[in-house]
Design a protein. Structure first.
Ligand code: 6R9
Length: 654
């Protein structure tokens, strides 16, 4: 065991340069950094040339009303035309846009020509309901083609979509519908989750009881689940859309026309409706998808495993890839339905070459065991991506070894709902990758790590991550609440005019950026600042541990005490690891990796961790357990029974 730990630690300090072959053919080269530095607006203007503009802009950036940015001022474009029609017009109508894979095993390949027809019909349908540019449409759908088609149909008409996670509760949907004053809601009868059909429209019906703004509900038939029907309000998608003409002439909208609102949970109170607009957003989504994933249209098969209800689904399933004429896989279901090799079976079948997922899923794959991916042909993969939370070096190395055949570049991409697109990431043909570090702001992007006073910290030190220059895909505000926008993001470093990301970060000795988790995930133990991520990473580097979540629980002596929730690897029996010696060994391991101060006060062995649909661990709930409180609101959990599982397991241990 000792040697295994040692070798893990050694690989953690290793760097992985791209192969010469990869570097020679890469879309993005090292020269981009210098070009962008020399003339930032010129650089972004060149990126905007990736798109088709009906009218060209007259000014790249207007920052005179900061923090409200305007990009590509005066420019006019249609986002859906850019994602669909122009590829058909340039002769690629027969190229598959989406290889869709349903959870029960049904599949559908949709070419760009077919996508154009579907989006045009859906746009005609929405227009027939009397919707006009600027109106809001809420979308709560599973991962089915209609989700993409609905979003693009909205974009085509200048309607602002607000996609709400399929797993969100009626109350969560209602608050979002009300906040945006949505006129139409698009949903489905049901959705497949873990092999079973679960109701969807029933939740929507409950959510919309008495909703003042909603005129129509359009329902996609997916699971053939019985649904209640409100005459005059409810319409079947297949009837409404099915009867429309297949042609629709797209109209160009202003570069700053609102494209979508996406709600993200704030620290407290109502969720924030993050507003994104058209020209700048699409420019950066397309640029980053091209540069970070090295995407080659017509050659690569791309797969981003995110849900459409998350910003990653917006920027890296819908807008970026489709603007870049990608052929992509869209999978409806959970990764272990009907078996734990489902993703690798799909990679093998479609010869997926670019795969983009979240660390939580990578750690789940680790837990399921290497023998599962090892029994599939994954040799088509050439770029792997990670997003959503810091990826611990252990998971990074596992991902590269067991999914990437020990050879492919991994891009650890840092960004947020608010940033709209990737901000900090290695470039796969340029950067010598360091496991666990997102490394460098992309060409054209400005990011810094600063101390409390806003001064940049020295290499080897930590602080707050800020963005020190406006960027094209930046949020244009919080829907209906300018004050909250200023307060949340721009007041912390108002003197410097920095955007406060809410993440802790540090520079290593080379000046590369390491993300340390949300600032509110930083623990304070006896006056020492310790990030939950660092302790989790140390725990996961131990050979018995599959996944770990760490919280700071209030402690009468030390301020906070570190409490760790640990899932063991499949081959370690629970009894074997639960004993005093085993948890003591884990505590010592953390002490050795980080220092005695980081030694967890308590380690709890659990079967699952509470996660949101986007894979983020809800530490707030674990803190409730650690502090012996009743567990708080679990409505945004992907699986709300997880907390019961954890609590009952712990009770039976006593
Ligand atoms: C895209 C997305 C944003 C927060 C962000 C940070 C965390 C995302 C990360 C990462 C470390 C990465 N985060 N990517 N932390 N390394 N590569 O996840 O958007 O859901 O808004 O979350 O996620 O804490 O502030 P969103």
């Amino acid at each position: 065991m000792g040697n295994e730990v040692l070798s893990n630690l050694m690989t953690e300090s290793e760097a992985f340069p791209p192969s010469e072959e990869f570097a020679a053919g890469a879309n993005a080269t090292a020269a981009l950094y210098g070009e962008a530095e020399a003339d930032r607006e010129g650089f972004w203007a060149r990126q905007a040339e990736r798109l088709h503009w009906e009218t060209k802009w007259s000014q790249v950036l207007d920052w005179s009303d900061a923090p409200f940015a305007k990009w590509f001022v005066g420019g006019r474009l249609n986002v859906a035309y850019n994602c669909v029609d122009r590829h058909v017009e340039s002769g690629h109508g027969d190229q598959v846009a989406v290889h869709w894979v349903g959870e029960p095993g049904d599949t559908r390949d949709i070419t760009y020509a077919e996508l154009k027809t579907e989006v045009s019909k859906a746009a005609n349908a929405l227009a027939s309901l009397g919707l006009e540019a600027g109106d809001r449409v809420a979308v709560q759908l599973p991962m089915i083609p209609e989700a993409i088609i609905a979003m693009l149909a909205c974009a085509r008409l200048g309607l602002t979509h607000s996609v709400v996670f399929g797993g969100f509760s009626p109350a969560a949907l209602r608050s979002r519908v009300d906040d945006a004053a949505a006129k139409v809601v698009i949903t489905s009868d049901g959705q497949y989750r873990r092999g079973k059909a679960a109701p969807m429209k029933a939740n929507v019906d409950e959510a919309l009881e008495g909703a003042a703004t909603v005129e129509k509900v359009v329902v996609v038939k997916r699971t053939d689940t019985d649904v209640a029907w409100t005459e005059g309000r409810d319409l079947w998608w297949h009837e409404l859309v099915g009867s429309q003409p297949p042609e629709h002439a797209p109209e160009a909208f202003d570069s700053e026309h609102p494209l979508y609102i996406l709600y993200t949970s704030g620290a407290t109170g109502r969720p924030k409706g993050i507003l994104h607009t058209s020209g700048g957003y699409l420019t950066q989504a397309a640029y980053t998808h091209d540069a970070v994933f090295d995407h080659k249209p017509g050659e690569d098969v791309y797969w981003c495993t995110a849900d459409i209800g998350w910003v990653t689904g917006h920027s890296y399933i819908v807008y970026g890839p489709l603007a870049n004429r990608a052929t992509q896989v869209v999978y409806e279901g959970t990764p272990n339905t009907p078996h734990e090799g489902r993703h690798w079976e799909i990679v093998q079948k479609y010869k997926v070459s670019i795969y983009y997922t979240a660390p939580t899923l990578i750690r789940t794959f680790m837990k399921w065991g290497v023998q599962i991916p090892a029994s599939y042909d994954l040799s088509s993969l050439r770029v792997l991506g990670s997003v959503g939370e810091p990826i611990n070096p252990e998971a990074w190395v596992w991902y590269r070894e067991n999914i990437g055949g020990g050879a492919v570049p991994i891009v650890d991409t840092w960004w947020q709902t608010e940033t709209g697109a990737i901000m900090i990431s290695p470039l796969p043909g340029v950067t010598s990758a360091k496991p666990g570090s997102a490394q460098k702001a992309l060409p054209g992007i400005g990011a810094k790590v600063v101390d409390d006073s806003g001064a940049e910290v020295a290499n080897g030190s930590g602080g707050y991550l800020v963005l020190d220059r406006p960027w094209p895909a930046m949020l244009r505000g919080v829907w209906g609440d300018d004050e909250r926008f200023r307060q949340t993001y721009w007041s912390r470093f108002a003197d410097q005019g920095f955007y406060f990301a809410g993440d802790g970060a540090k520079y290593d000795k080379d000046g590369d950026v390491w993300l340390l988790g949300r600032v509110d995930d930083v623990m304070n133990v006896s006056g020492h600042r310790i990030s939950t991520t660092e302790v989790e990473s140390a725990l996961v580097s131990h050979p018995t541990v599959a996944e770990a979540a760490v919280v700071g629980a209030s402690d009468p002596t030390t301020g906070q005490g570190i409490v760790a929730f640990v899932i063991l690897r499949g081959n370690v029996s629970r009894d074997e690891a639960k004993g005093e010696t085993a948890t003591a060994a884990l505590r010592d391991h953390v002490a050795k990796e980080i220092g005695p101060i980081a030694k967890p006060r308590q380690i709890m062995i659990v079967p699952e961790l509470p996660k949101t649909r986007s894979g983020k661990i809800m530490r707030r709930l674990l803190r409730d357990v650690a502090e012996n409180r009743a567990v708080g609101d679990v409505t945004t959990l992907a699986d709300s029974s997880v907390m019961d599982l954890i609590s009952s397991g712990l009770r039976s241990d006593k």
